[in-house]
Design a protein around this ligand. Structure first.
Ligand SMILES: [Zn+2]
Length: 312
């Protein structure tokens, strides 16, 4: 556990010396905690479907959908802000290639639908954070108020009995409100993650070559009107998942430049300059060949064409 902490600390500084990263920052005190143990002499064991043996701990019971297979390497333990514990059993195992289907697909990331495929299919974008916004608005203010109250109490403690000063952890009302906010946010994050995992697996199973735009998400997040919607959509996570799943299962992901993909007609190749200003226009007719186009599906088809050029 401690050897990993020192290793991460060393790695952080080495990267800074090589000018790869910024100088390591002091870790913020948060309610979420984590620690990583290395597997040495079989100290980490999955005993059965519900029991895990971890170093320096008694046997703990767990719940999981799938059991780890292969040689265990590391065991990172996480406690999230809600107070739930997660154990990630890292294993080394052989990658299993999925059957080749011979299909290629282009995809356009969007805010109306999460991913528009070039064959016209759309994966819906559920705004999980918006579904909870009513409850969140109610609970988000509470911890701030209760924290002020708790800090006033600790200040009084320091005067009246300096040997026995309470910390924030001792104030149940504050902890309850903080836990409630963390719970709501974790619920939204879990739902989003579940959708992404299932969708990306389905994509990688169905298609051999997946072509996506190479987006600059950090740059897009600077647009304050769209930032909340874009970060909820979690485009980077989606691309990252497709990337590693393609590598696992022997499929191919191609990233192409997103320039002009939404303005060119996929049918005849004419460029419609008017479209660049109109984000609202979802469907349009090509001025040169007259085809009726769906904005997002058309973009996905252009992306697929660009990807095909890169392969050839
Ligand atoms: Zn056209």
């Amino acid at each position: 556990m401690f050897s990993n902490t020192t290793r991460y600390f060393h790695d952080g500084f080495q990267r800074w010396f090589k000018r790869q990263n910024q100088i390591p920052q002091k870790k913020k005190r948060t309610w979420a905690q984590s620690a990583t143990s290395n597997a040495v002499n079989g100290n980490i064991k999955v005993l059965d479907a519900h029991h895990l043996q971890a170093p320096r701990m008694e046997v703990v019971s767990f719940r999981a959908g799938r059991l780890p297979a292969g040689r265990i390497e590391q065991l990172p333990l996480h406690q999230n802000a809600v107070g739930q514990y997660y154990a990630f059993v890292l294993c080394e195992c052989e990658n299993q290639s999925l059957a080749q289907t011979g299909k290629r697909i282009g995809g356009d990331l969007g805010l109306k639908a999460l991913l528009n495929l070039s064959d016209g299919q759309k994966e819906p974008l559920v705004r999980y954070n918006k579904q909870l916004s009513k409850q969140l608005r109610r609970w988000d203010k509470q911890p701030a108020w209760r924290r002020i109250g708790a800090e006033a109490e600790t200040a009084r403690d320091q005067h009246e009995h300096p040997g026995n000063v309470r910390t924030l952890a001792d104030f149940k009302t504050y902890q309850c409100a903080r836990g409630m906010v963390a719970k709501l946010k974790a619920h939204a994050a879990n739902q989003r993650l579940d959708q992404l995992q299932k969708y990306t697996t389905r994509l990688v199973k169905t298609y051999d070559v997946i072509v996506l735009e190479d987006l600059n998400v950090k740059g897009l997040l600077k647009n304050h009107r769209l930032a909340r919607a874009i970060s909820n959509a979690s485009w980077s996570k989606l691309v990252m998942m497709i990337q590693y799943k393609c590598a696992w299962y022997g499929k191919q992901l191609i990233l192409v430049s997103p320039a002009y993909t939404s303005q060119i007609c996929a049918c005849c190749g004419a460029k419609n300059d008017l479209l660049s200003q109109w984000l609202k226009v979802r469907e349009w007719d090509c001025p040169s060949c007259g085809v009726h186009l769906d904005r997002d599906t058309n973009a996905a088809q252009n992306i697929l064409v660009k990807g095909n050029k890169q392969i050839a």
